[in-house]
Write a protein that binds this ligand. Structure first.
Ligand SMILES: Cc1cc2nc3c(=O)[nH]c(=O)nc-3n(C[C@H](O)[C@H](O)[C@H](O)COP(=O)(O)OP(=O)(O)OC[C@H]3O[C@@H](n4cnc5c(N)ncnc54)[C@H](O)[C@@H]3O)c2cc1C
Length: 414
């Protein structure tokens, strides 16, 4: 089968779907192609931040209403940080919040279900041609733009603009666009599903435990519906290699032996097995577009280097790529130089946040410093409220990496 389109999106994860939906709402038809049959799993922590809900709402508030009506998510109202000295800091997304049934500031939803929900949204749009079970196994540059081939399905797609949203293992991103894996800007993570983990925090605060052997990085517990939880561990890849850490063994060790964690797994049951995957982090600025193409989401190495959050940035980059695609079509210009505008916008929207997260990741790599900070914050309501404001206020967040901020806090406390 030979197909022709202005815009072809390779990969129908969150990044690819966001691109296709945005194009669709802007009235631009596209082809969205994925190798998988949905529902399909994607190894992930399954935490869906306010970025995602905000962007979906902006696209169409009815999408979020439909998501909320599905029994596939837990509502999340904040984050519990646990320092190496085991001090707990519960920081709500909004100080003085009142939990309600309508919309939550964040969610946890298994990717098996969340990504399938997104695919159902794509199916509602009649200007998106969705090709599933169609692995793209070859591509070539043509006069028009690109020609993609799925030899397995005997499908050939000609497009003017290729949007690669095929994830962390994208051969196009690595081989054609030249985004090599750099272990200092890459993380490895292992995830497992459990049933009956005890002492889940009130209002489903997601838990990030900074454990001495696992920094920079963390161990997490995220509550899911039906008494299940997503449990995992992630660390920067260069440190994993340097220290010879086996993340699967480390995760098993924490669950079995860690004095603060293991009692909570006494009656818990593992569902399935431990599974690992890579996270290309956005702590290094790279060129993510070129002649007739743009990279979106993990294919463009856009995961937050502190939190490991990538779904929100996949959404952001997809929406920006769609808007850039419209400009390319209007101007009939798909050149390398014209597409720099995509990189510039990505840097403007995500660049400073990535840089700050990278600085904080480095601070997070020092357990003594984390303990010092947790001692200052411990029980101080004013500081906790201040922290809540930092989720949305970038200027406040920037203060976190300035030593004088902590000295002032320490002086106030003592
Ligand atoms: C263990 C772990 C925990 C994480 N936890 C979180 C978290 O809690 N919250 C968060 O926000 N982020 C988290 N992330 C990051 C998040 O999973 C990714 O950033 C996110 O999935 C990126 O979305 P994407 O659309 O770019 O790529 P993906 O979700 O990987 O989607 C890529 C799509 O491309 C398709 N594809 C691949 N190759 C081809 C091909 N050749 N032809 C056709 N289709 C193809 C795949 O089938 C897939 O559907 C985590 C990552 C890991 C590894």
């Amino acid at each position: 089968m030979n197909l022709k389109t202005d815009v072809c999106i390779m990969g129908a994860g969150p990044g690819g779907v966001a691109t296709a939906l945005k194009l669709s709402y802007l009235g631009i038809p596209c082809i969205l192609v994925d190798k998988a049959t949905f529902p399909r799993d994607k190894i992930c922590g399954d935490a869906i931040s306010g970025k995602v809900t905000t962007l979906l709402n902006r696209l169409d508030p009815e999408i979020m209403q439909r998501f909320h009506a599905e029994p596939i998510q837990t509502d999340v109202w904040g984050v519990r940080f646990v320092a190496p000295n085991r001090k707990k800091l519960d920081i709500p997304f909004k100080a003085g919040y009142v939990r309600n049934e309508k919309m939550a500031p964040g969610y946890v939803s298994k990717r098996m279900e969340f990504d399938n929900f997104l695919i159902e949204e794509v199916k509602r749009r009649d200007n998106i041609q969705l090709l599933l079970e169609t692995p793209i196994d070859a591509y070539e540059r043509t006069d028009l733009g690109f020609r993609l081939h799925s030899k397995l399905k005997d499908v050939h797609i000609d497009c003017q603009l290729l949007i690669d949203a095929s994830g962390a293992h994208s051969p196009f991103s690595r081989q054609y666009a030249g985004l090599e894996k750099d272990p200092k800007h890459h993380a490895a993570a292992v995830r497992a599903y459990y049933r009956n983990v005890s002492e889940i925090p009130t209002d489903n605060f997601i838990e990030l435990h900074f454990i001495k052997n696992v920094t920079p990085g963390y161990f997490w517990i995220f509550a899911l519906p039906n008494g299940e939880a997503n449990v995992g561990i992630g660390m920067r890849s260069d440190i994993v290699k340097k220290r010879g850490v086996n993340l699967r063994e480390e995760l098993a060790r924490i669950i079995a032996e860690d004095p603060a964690i293991s009692p909570r797994f006494k009656n818990a049951e593992l569902i399935g097995k431990f599974e690992g995957y890579g996270l290309p982090l956005g702590s290094k600025t790279r060129r993510i577009s070129g002649d007739h193409f743009m990279l979106v989401g993990d294919a463009g190495h856009l995961i937050d280097p502190l939190t490991g959050e990538g779904i929100g940035n996949a959404f952001y980059s997809g929406i920006i790529a769609a808007e850039q695609a419209v400009l390319c079509l209007q101007e009939k210009n798909f050149s390398d130089i014209f597409l720099i505008a995509y990189d510039v916008r990505i840097q403007r929207v995500l660049g400073s946040e990535m840089k700050l997260s990278y600085k904080m990741q480095q601070i997070g790599g020092n357990p003594s410093l984390l303990n010092f900070v947790s001692n200052i914050i411990d029980g101080n309501r004013k500081i906790l409220e201040y922290f809540s404001a930092m989720y949305t206020d970038f200027d406040l967040r920037e203060k976190l990496v300035k030593p004088w901020f902590w000295i002032k806090m320490w002086l106030k406390k003592s």
